[in-house]
Design a protein around this ligand. Structure first.
Ligand code: DGL
Length: 263
C-alpha cells in the first residue's frame, strides 16, 4: 500500500523544481507532491531556528498528504534542519547539500567556486563537509544575494540577474576556478545565463542527480518503490503566486497539476 504513496518534496519556493525534474527522470512512475513555500521565501537570510520551524511545517504538510518519503529540495533547509527533521519524524528524509566533494575531487586548477545562500554557507553542516574535502583547495564562497527573489518572480534572464551573476562570479573567475558549485536549488534555473558569463572551461555542478539517486536507493532498500507502470499523479502546490512555477514546468504541463494552496 505504501508503495503507491507519493514522494514528498519541498523547497522555500520554485527552485526545487530543478530537483523534482531529476527525481521524475530517474523514477518516472513515482507519484510526487511538491510544496513551494514561496510565501516564506527566501529562507537564505532567516535564522537556523526559523528555517527549522518552516521545514517542520512543510514536512508535516507532506505527511498529512500521505507521503512515504520526504525530499528536502533546499540546501538551506537541509544544512540547517535535516537532523531535527530526522529526529522528529518517523519517515525517510533525503537532503541536498552543495556538490563540494565532486568539485574538490575533480578540480585541476585547485580552485573552485561555491554560490549559495547565506544560510547554507554559514551552517555548521556545510562547514563540516566543505572543510573535510577542500584542504588543499582554494574555495571562493559567494552568497547569491538577491538571486532567489529574482527567480521567484520569473526574472531569470533580466539585466538585473545578469549583472548580479557577473558580480558574483568575478572573484571566482579571477581565482581561476574550473568548477562552479551551485549550492542552492534555485540556481540551476540560471545555468543558461551562467554559461554566457563563465569561461568555457568552467564546469557547473549541482546536486539534483545525486539527490534523485539517493531517493531511488533509499526507496529500493525499504522496498517502497511504486510497482505500477501507469502514469503517476504529479501535484505541485505553492502558497503564493503559481505563475513562475507553471513557467518553469512548462515542458510537463500535460502530465502535472499546479495549484495554489495554503500549508
Ligand atoms: N532553494 C533554496 C536552497 O537550495 C533556498 C533559497 C532561499 O530560499 O533562500 O538553498
Amino acid at each position: 500500500m505504501k508503495n503507491k504513496a507519493p514522494i514528498g518534496i519541498f523547497d522555500s519556493g520554485v527552485g526545487g523544481t530543478s530537483i523534482w525534474q531529476q527525481v521524475h527522470e530517474l523514477l518516472p512512475f513515482e507519484n510526487t507532491i511538491y510544496l513551494a513555500d514561496s510565501k516564506n521565501a527566501p529562507y537564505g537570510y532567516k535564522s537556523s531556528e526559523e528555517i527549522t520551524a518552516l521545514s517542520i511545517k512543510n514536512t508535516e504538510a507532506l505527511l498529512s498528504m500521505g507521503c512515504k518519503i520526504v525530499v528536502i529540495a533546499c540546501n538551506t533547509a537541509t544544512t540547517n534542519a535535516i537532523s531535527t527533521l530526522r529526529r522528529t519524524f518517523d519517515i525517510p528524509i533525503i537532503g541536498i547539500e552543495p556538490a563540494v566533494k565532486p568539485a574538490a575531487l575533480q578540480t585541476a586548477s585547485k580552485s573552485i567556486g561555491i554560490l549559495a545562500t547565506q544560510g547554507t554557507l554559514s551552517s555548521i553542516l556545510f562547514h563540516k563537509t566543505s572543510s573535510k574535502f577542500t584542504k588543499d583547495i582554494k574555495v571562493i564562497e559567494v552568497v547569491g544575494e538577491g538571486l532567489v527573489p529574482l527567480i521567484e518572480s520569473g526574472k531569470m534572464g533580466s539585466e538585473e540577474t545578469i549583472q548580479l551573476l557577473k558580480k558574483y562570479t568575478k572573484p571566482m573567475i579571477k581565482a581561476g576556478i574550473d568548477y562552479l558549485v551551485l549550492g542552492c536549488s534555485h540556481y540551476p534555473h540560471l545555468i543558461p545565463q551562467l554559461k554566457q558569463i563563465l569561461p568555457s572551461q568552467v564546469k557547473i555542478l549541482d546536486s539534483g542527480k545525486a539527490v534523485a539517486k539517493n531517493t531511488q536507493a533509499t526507496l529500493a532498500s525499504l522496498n517502497l518503490l511504486r510497482k505500477e507502470t501507469t502514469p503517476p499523479s504529479i501535484q505541485f502546490y505553492s502558497n503564493a503566486d503559481i505563475e513562475t512555477m507553471k513557467f518553469l514546468l512548462r515542458d510537463y504541463c500535460e502530465e502535472i497539476s499546479v495549484e495554489k494552496r495554503d500549508f
